[in-house]
Write a protein that binds this ligand. Structure first.
Ligand SMILES: *Cc1c(COP(=O)(O)O)cnc(C)c1O
Length: 432
């Protein structure tokens, strides 16, 4: 028996003792008791089999737990709309609106009359007010859903006439032509990769045409011997013209002269414009549809629309974004390089005071997959040895920078100034 007491496997901590440990209590709060308990029991089993010591049970259980995701990260990549980082960051106003809408809400109720009301009317009214050229508007789950709805309702069993230069892949292997054909519409490709003329479209348009589609190549540029047909000319073909502007810019932005905007496309004669809510508009993931009143009403009444319906949280965030367009996306796009440089210098000095080898270097930020390919934004960054990248990515909060020639750049353009102290502390932890 003396031998059995000395057996370290007998010292495996009890389950309820382990579940009272502060680290595991915190894990229960985010992951739930069942998952944490399963990790504890598995670690106890390993200790009983002698694979780990009893002292290692707690840490083994903690290490086996998945980190909850999505987690908030600091975007120091210099890519304003980074798909892997969730594209647009919501404004404080949008976050507050989401929190307020999280419980029961009046999303489909008019509190004055006590009767049912149009779902998402605040967001829809704000969108209509932001683009007076649109006779009607509708919102679905994302840009791809807006296109699918338009193709299904207007061109299933018929043809969508589109330029070969605009059959784009939008990311992660998803290609617009496949998406459109999945609705039962047939694609009638016209022109070539680099050049398409109005005559190409005119030859293809006929009784089978559902609509002519113009897609903004939002993630690449074609340069050299090129030509594309502007919306204003497509509008003379006598069939509906659907314009996928991609980025969700509602009105022109002088910073992004080549980026199409919804108002401009409608004024040029587009019948319908589709766009994303979480690119340059800086709102939640959503698909915006703007245009002709009869056509939008047809889309709204289509059975598929119910399957693409947006959540109350999306509607709340979208309404707040439209009411107060001072979004983090806009702030990052329009940040003053001189102010970015000052912040970088302050950060370098604070890090240097702790012996951290930080330097200030000019940097080039970009809009990202969300729009404006080819646009370069002058920026400033703090440069660190490449060995900081891993610890910063695994830190809390995780910080994502950009590796350039083996070194880590922390570009400040997409880091809110209010997060500078958090960033400094994260770098010092990564150094330590
Ligand atoms: C981003 C984009 C889409 C897809 O929009 P999601 O909101 O990501 O579904 C479609 N077309 C263009 C031109 C785009 O830029």
């Amino acid at each position: 028996m003396g031998e059995a007491v000395a057996d370290p496997r007998r010292r495996v901590p009890r389950t309820d003792t382990l579940l009272a440990d502060p680290g595991l209590v915190a894990a229960v709060a985010t992951l739930g008791r069942d998952r944490v308990k399963a990790a504890v029991v598995a670690a106890q089993g390993r200790a009983r089999r002698g694979e780990i010591t009893p002292d290692e049970v707690r840490d083994t259980a903690l290490a086996a737990l998945p980190a909850p995701t999505p987690r908030a990260v600091l975007n120091a990549t210099g890519v304003v709309l980074h798909t892997n980082l969730g594209r647009a960051a919501l404004s404080d106003a949008a976050v507050e609106a989401v929190v307020a809408a999280a419980g029961h809400t009046d999303v489909e109720l008019d509190l004055r009359t006590g009767r049912r009301a149009r779902r998402g009317r605040d967001a829809l009214d704000a969108l209509a007010a932001a683009v007076p050229d649109a006779a009607a508007v509708h919102v679905v789950n994302n840009g791809a859903a807006a296109l699918v709805l338009a193709a299904t309702a207007l061109a299933a069993g018929r043809e969508i006439v589109v330029s070969r230069g605009e059959l784009v892949e939008i990311g992660d292997g998803f290609r617009l032509p496949d998406l459109l054909e999945s609705t039962g519409a047939r694609l009638r490709e016209v022109g070539t990769t680099n050049r398409t003329t109005l005559a190409d479209y005119a030859r293809a348009v006929g009784p089978d045409t559902g609509f002519v589609l113009k897609v903004h190549p939002s993630n690449f540029v074609v340069t050299g011997f090129t030509s594309a047909v502007p919306v204003r000319e497509l509008a003379t073909l006598g069939v509906p013209v659907v314009v996928d502007i991609g980025s969700g810019l509602l009105a022109p932005d002088p910073l992004l002269p080549d980026e199409p905007d919804a108002a401009g496309a409608l004024r040029a004669g587009a019948t319908l414009v589709t766009a994303s809510g979480d690119k340059l508009l800086g709102g939640p993931q959503a698909g915006l549809l703007l245009g002709d009143a009869d056509l939008v009403e047809r889309l709204r009444r289509h059975p598929l629309t119910r399957a693409l319906r947006v959540d109350k949280l999306t509607l709340a965030a979208l309404a707040a974004t439209l009411h107060r367009p001072g979004t983090p996306t806009r702030a990052a796009l329009h940040a003053d390089p001189a102010a970015l440089r000052e912040r970088a210098e302050r950060l370098r000095d604070a890090l240097g005071a702790h012996g951290c080898p930080a330097e200030v270097v000019p940097s080039v930020a970009v809009v990202g997959g969300g729009g404006a390919p080819g646009v370069e934004l002058d920026s400033w960054a703090v440069r660190l040895p490449g060995s900081y990248a891993g610890p910063l990515r695994l830190g809390s909060p995780p910080v994502l920078g950009r590796i350039l020639r083996g070194r880590l750049l922390l570009d400040l353009r997409c880091v809110p100034a209010a997060a500078d102290d958090t960033l400094r502390a994260a770098v010092l932890r990564a150094a330590g």
